[in-house]
Design a protein around this ligand. Sequence first.
Ligand code: NAD
Ligand code: AHE
Ligand code: ZN
Length: 375
Amino acid sequence: MRTRAAVAVQAGKPLEIMEVNLEGPRAGEVMVEIRATGICHTDEFTLSGADPEGQFPAILGHEGAGVVVEVGAGVTSVKPGDHVIPLYTPECRACPSCLSQKTNLCTAIRATQGQGVMPDGTSRFSTLDGDPILHYMGCSTFSNYTVLPEIAVAKVRQDAPFDKICYIGCGVTTGIGAVINTAKVEIGAKAVVFGLGGIGLNVIQGLRLAGAGMIIGVDLNPAKKAMAERFGMTHFLNPSEVDNVVAEIVNMTKTPFDQIGGADYSFDCTGNVQVMRDALECTHRGWGQSIIIGVAPAGAEIATRPFQLVTGRVWKGTAFGGARGRTDVPKIVDWYMDGKIEIDPMITHTLTLDEINKGFDLMHAGESIRSVVLY
Ligand code: NAD
Ligand code: AHE
Ligand code: ZN
């Protein structure tokens, strides 16, 4: 069949909207009509050329929601008509990683996913001339129709709006999951969130859910302050207005009883390796934990004095907020529908597929939190 898609033809170039060919699902695969997709900073990261795994031409997008329209042989967990959220972190429930119960990083199809192809090593997308176009993160939600492995879709309730729950496909789950699954933040904790964008705001709403007592937000863009306060930020810091952001946070977190100071937890939601260092070093001696969420460019490396770790600080990372997609994503959709978490105010712009490049422009200008494309 033919479908409309925004194709990343080359690094650093705007996406091109075009008709492409899409082959039907093979055994173990499903075809999904994508109804809505968010634009995450990771799409921008790959499009910019900074992603070591980035390959072109490809159909980007990994934050979608839609309806199953066709299933391949042997598919049993979903059927046409089911509402689903594509999973860039699948959940096969059979690989060593899934069975370990220690990680959400299912390894069943990670190798082919990184190469931009389906598990059998081929792509379902091609140009109208027949040249292959690569998949992206196993999702390619910047296409109106896409094909995914069965293990990479989470079946969700039918009454949830696609234009909001698409964000659960990455940003919402990543931010809230980093707090609950990865850091396991406790009531009353002092936390710092670096980067108050589409991920950082969800870390903040996760911290509020977890009952954190102090939530310090750090961003170079003062325009991010108001929205972060709305989601539970208690203090704001603009790094360009202070001499030393680490010293400032250590001071803010001191009490008469505890003159050492430092955050119990910090989260990097910027992808900047200097920020990652500050995020570690502003945590409390003896027990502070810093969680890296941001994705850094090819070649970037983190550094700190080993003494920071010797004295008890812990550096961790998280992908998709440690969530097991097929198990956890339907629950997060329920949380949204039950009013336990908010999504609507974070979706600042809705666009058509033809306008998708505007979504990247808004992100670059710091004017959006999430832009969502409606098909
Ligand atoms: P975004 O563009 O919406 O937000 C980034 C925010 O960081 C912006 O508000 C920006 O002003 C701020 N910022 C940039 N540099 C800063 C600095 N030096 N100090 C303080 N603030 C700074 O991006 P997003 O969609 O929220 O994504 C954030 C990061 O998380 C990206 O690197 C993205 O690739 C990554 N990400 C990781 C996962 C994962 O599973 N680990 C999932 C989704 C996104
Ligand atoms: N391809 C990059 C790494 C990108 C990355 O870390 N992706 C995150 C999800 S970001 C979603 O917005 C992730 O899930 N990582 C685990 C994995 O297996 O990819 C690179 O540096 O090569
Ligand atoms: Zn993402």
